[in-house]
Design a protein around this ligand. Structure first.
Ligand SMILES: NC(=O)c1ccc[n+]([C@@H]2O[C@H](COP(=O)([O-])OP(=O)(O)OC[C@H]3O[C@@H](n4cnc5c(N)ncnc54)[C@H](O)[C@@H]3O)[C@@H](O)[C@H]2O)c1
Ligand SMILES: [Zn+2]
Ligand SMILES: [Zn+2]
Length: 443
């Protein structure tokens, strides 16, 4: 799939951009540790050249915190096209500014900053509305243009389908358009609270805002990974009267019940999720949000069709959402999808008047200042979602353990040699190879 997509991309050629993913290495030839992709379930820590200022708007960061995302698992499984061997992954990271290009005026060397997972130009019509993930000028993938009719912004560490920019699961990273893609962090906010402004906080918040959750709503959330857990919190903050979370990982169900007061459905026990929701909420959900993942089909039909490449994605969750939501209710998709799916219940969508919203990749710039203010005021403590702390050296094991959802893992803070000492009340350093080899509840 990768070889074919890379060939097709070559044939289609690059779309125009104002930034280049290539970077200049430092003249002294110095190297850094970075996590790179080599194939499905094959990621390795490599020595890569440290990036230098390549374009005048660049900032080089010394990474002080990074992490793994459910979206990285799609890369790990080789489900996103246009990956190449040696691609450095990672789209959620923060750090200390090491070097700035001559055009960078609002970011200074030595400052602590968080990067958005998307690279926005700051000037196009989307960027002017802070819809940074929709930026028109930073992703050269002609293939995405051909498949979707338009293309997303460039993303860090997320295949050449989103621009081919080296990512932040590394000791250093080059941030193009540093003036717009970095958010300065005040000293009062430690890295463990700031890092998640890069992606999961704006993403889950966007899903709740964009699907219009309001006071009194009954909200269903499919998938209780970090995105689902944070979306549940934000739905409750917006006044939802009940949140029902659906997953099958016991520790994640326990986490949602215990930490956020979410009602849960274990879909390994209730195979008919729609029926169970109708028992719990006879009129149907007001809002349903897909925070799951398309690479784990439940039914034999989709397993077979996906394996035979008769579809790239799976419509099971979307169908369950449509069938569980009340007439004229809203279903939102924040989970990532790549291409096409079979057996989509278009009839139920139409007949019930369901408002089905693709939330898109979340426009981080639209929300990150407001969310930082909530963190600063103490109204939002993102460390509730951090279950582990791991060293960059252990990234390959972390991919494997996060994929299997061992040891009650939700979000992980990954430290580098530049990280500050661990903040009080956050998890101790552990090694994923030593994590409990069980997915059963830990409390
Ligand atoms: N749109 C965006 O901007 C954006 C940003 C970040 C992540 N994402 C996407 O959000 C999704 C969630 O991310 P995450 O980090 O929480 O991932 P994760 O992989 O840690 O969690 C996904 C959860 O979904 C559950 N699941 C799988 N199949 C299910 C089903 N049929 N019904 C209910 N639950 C099911 C899994 O058991 C798992 O607990 C991923 O698809 C990720 O790619 C989107
Ligand atoms: Zn992500
Ligand atoms: Zn733009």
């Amino acid at each position: 799939m990768q070889a074919a997509s890379n060939k097709l991309a070559e044939y289609l050629g690059d779309a125009p951009t104002v930034v280049s993913p290539e970077y200049k290495s430092r003249e002294d030839g110095s190297t850094m540790k970075a996590l790179a992709w080599f194939g499905a379930r094959d990621v390795r820590v490599i020595d890569a050249p440290i990036p230098d200022i390549t374009e005048p708007d660049d900032v080089i960061l010394k990474v002080t915190g990074t992490t793994i995302c459910g979206s990285d698992l799609h890369l790990y499984h080789g489900e996103i096209i246009q990956l190449k061997e040696g691609d450095i992954l990672g789209h959620e990271f923060m750090g200390i500014v090491d070097r700035v290009g001559p055009n960078v005026k609002n970011i200074k060397v030595g400052q602590r900053v968080v990067a958005s997972f998307q690279i926005a130009c700051g000037e196009c019509s989307y960027c002017q509305k802070k819809l940074s993930s929709m930026c028109d000028r930073t992703n050269a993938s002609g293939l995405q243009n051909a498949m979707y009719g338009h293309r997303d912004a460039g993303f860090f560490g997320y295949a050449h389908f989103t621009g081919g920019f080296p990512g932040g699961q590394a000791e250093f990273v080059r941030v193009p358009k540093g003036n717009v893609n970095l958010l300065p962090i005040p000293d009062s906010v430690p890295d463990e609270k700031a890092l998640f402004l890069s992606d999961i906080l704006p993403t889950s918040y966007h899903a709740v805002v964009d699907s219009g959750v309001k006071k009194g709503d009954v909200v269903g959330i499919w998938g209780l990974g970090p995105i689902g857990q944070c979306a549940a919190r934000f739905a409750l903050m917006k006044g939802a009267s009940r949140v029902i979370g659906i997953d099958k990982v016991p520790a994640r169900l326990v986490f949602a019940r215990g930490k956020s007061g979410v009602e849960t459905i274990d879909f390994s026990k209730y195979s008919d999720v729609v029926k169970r929701i109708q028992e719990l909420v006879p009129g149907g959900l007001d809002v349903a949000i897909d925070c799951g993942t398309f690479h784990e089909p439940k039914t034999l039909l989709h397993k077979v069709e996906k394996t035979l490449m008769l579809e790239t994605d799976v419509s099971e969750i979307v169908n369950e959402m449509i069938e569980s939501t009340k007439k004229m209710g809203t279903c939102g998709i924040i989970a990532a999808y790549a291409g096409y799916t079979n057996h989509f219940n278009i009839g139920a969508l139409m007949e019930k008047g369901i408002r089905l919203i693709g939330h898109g990749q979340a426009p981080v710039h639209k929300y990150w200042r407001d969310l930082l203010a909530l963190v600063e005021s103490g109204e939002l403590d993102p460390t509730f979602i951090v279950t582990h702390r791991v060293s960059l050296d252990d990234f390959p094991d972390l991919y494997a353990s996060f994929d299997k959802r061992l040891d009650g893992v939700e979000k992980v803070f990954v430290e580098t040699k530049f990280s500050a000492p661990q903040s009080a009340g956050t998890p101790q350093l552990s090694r994923p190879a030593d994590w409990q080899k069980t997915i059963y509840p830990t409390s």
